[in-house]
Design a protein around this ligand. Structure first.
Ligand code: TYC
Length: 103
């Protein structure tokens, strides 16, 4: 037997498109203790925001309870959220950044 007579299964999926990686939001959560200036400083340091953008995002969380800081891959979102939360912890503040998948 040479194998020449084996019927090949027709290909059903031609060139499947590569899946786009799922995106995650980093959320800033309001609290009653972390000073506004400190929150703005963390947003500038970790998320490279300008003073104006950092202040605006901080005030959005302050008024509404939370604010979207950035949308990115899961890996980057989790690393940045931890880095920013740790800065608050080191300074003795309950500042919290969380991540969640985008719809
Ligand atoms: N609510 C805080 C205060 O009045 C400031 C603050 C804003 C804290 C946003 C956390 O995510 C936050 N000092």
């Amino acid at each position: 037997m040479t194998g020449d007579d084996v019927a090949l299964k027709p290909k059903t999926v031609t060139n499947p498109k590569p899946e786009r990686p799922r995106l995650y939001k980093v959320l800033l959560i309001n609290d009653d203790f972390t000073p506004r200036e400190f929150v703005t400083m963390v947003l500038k340091a970790v998320f490279r925001m300008s003073e104006e953008t950092g202040y605006r995002v901080m005030m959005t969380a302050h008024k509404f309870g939370s604010a979207v800081v950035v949308v990115c891959t899961r890996d980057i979102a989790e690393t940045k959220a931890k880095e920013a939360t740790d800065l608050g912890k080191e300074a003795g503040f309950p500042l919290m950044f969380t991540t969640e998948p985008e719809e």
